[in-house]
Write a protein that binds this ligand. Structure first.
Ligand code: PBG
Length: 333
């Protein structure tokens, strides 16, 4: 078939790029502060802020300041705040009992936020690593991360967080069977409406480095997390994990890290059509901050472009350390 060449371009796609109004009219995706879950680091003390060297612009905050941060986030229209505790070395033990202490840092922060800023959703992380002397997400017995006894501990941790008033529980440990066990325990305890956002497809990633500094786990971690987190080479396995976690009672699922796994976000959303989140993790944040602080990229533009990529890939929302900065930018503040 000979190609017929018209005397003008048959599709002038530039017509729709002519003005901001036309570009806005045909824009396929939008980004809003409501899409954000803001991860924050909680530290003991009062009126205490500690900068994290590998995460410029991010600080550990004491509970009183976390409440102020939650107030500001709610005013900016951010939907949820996700708590990560910096646990003092003296509280790390082999049995990780601090994880389900009703008065641990996370549970105190949940209560304080829910009392002062009830409109923001509070999310937590469920994994033993902040409390474990060896930095792993599960119990270590004879050099192995044991599954089933870890799940029993995670259930206690989940119940303590639900009792404290958490809206969204985020199991990030990658043990088998934890979603089902947590769901059964929540129902039995009368917490029918506590949601679970499962870290379903969580990869063994080099991009978690700065986070482990932030929670004080870097020095503690012995070995790697390859026997429970996903192999970065795998994609079908992510779908299998998501299907499994949904069947066990997860309400929402997460892909983590985010930018290096946008293909997984897209496959998960296309296949299941359930609320799907991506975690733009500490290393992804650090890379963008480092480049922009060197003047090598435009930080604001790169931030918005990277966040929009998650929406384009099909995500319903994003866990991002950029949340307040992006929300302010979107609001023109
Ligand atoms: C631990 C946990 C990690 C992150 C969230 N929860 C680290 C890890 O698995 O080692 C990483 C988040 C980030 O890098 O921003 N269960």
């Amino acid at each position: 078939m000979p190609t017929i060449v018209a005397p003008f371009p048959t599709a002038r796609l530039r017509r729709l790029k002519k003005s901001p109004a036309l570009r806005a009219l045909v824009r396929e995706n939008t980004l809003s502060p409501a899409d954000f879950i803001w991860p924050v680091f909680v530290v003991a003390g009062e009126n205490t802020r500690q900068p994290i060297e590998s995460m410029p612009g991010v600080e550990r905050l004491s509970v009183d300041l976390i409440v102020e941060a939650a107030r500001e986030a709610a005013d900016l229209g951010i939907s949820a705040i996700c708590l990560f505790p910096y646990t003092d070395a003296s509280l790390k033990t082999e049995d990780c009992a601090e994880a389900w202490n009703p008065d641990n840092l996370t549970n105190r922060a949940i209560r304080a936020i829910k009392a002062a800023v009830p409109e923001i959703a509070v999310m937590t992380d469920i994994a033993l690593d902040p409390y474990n002397i060896n930095g792993h997400d599960g119990y270590v017995v004879d050099g192995e991360i044991v599954n089933d006894t870890t799940v029993e501990a995670l259930v206690k941790m989940a119940l303590a967080q639900a009792d404290a008033g958490a809206d969204i529980l985020g199991p990030s440990d990658m043990m088998d069977g934890r979603i089902g066990a947590i769901r059964v325990a929540l129902e039995a305890a009368g917490h029918q409406n506590v949601t679970i956002l499962s870290y379903a497809a969580k990869y063994a990633s080099a991009f978690y480095g700065p986070f482990r500094d932030a929670v004080g786990a870097s020095g503690a971690l012995k070995g790697d997390k390859n026997t429970y987190q996903m192999d970065p080479a795998n994609s079908d396995e992510a779908l299998r994990l998501v299907a499994r976690d949904l069947a066990e009672g997860a309400d929402m699922v997460m892909v983590k890290p985010g930018m290096v796994y946008l293909d997984i976000c897209h496959r998960v959303k296309s296949e299941f059509g359930v609320p799907t989140f991506a975690y733009q993790v500490s290393g992804e944040y650090a890379m963008q901050m480092a480049a922009s602080q060197n003047g090598w990229i435009d930080g604001d533009k790169a931030m918005i472009e990277s966040l929009m990529a998650f929406k384009r890939a099909g995500c319903d929302g994003i866990l991002t350390y950029f949340a307040p900065r992006a929300a302010r930018l979107l609001a023109g503040r």
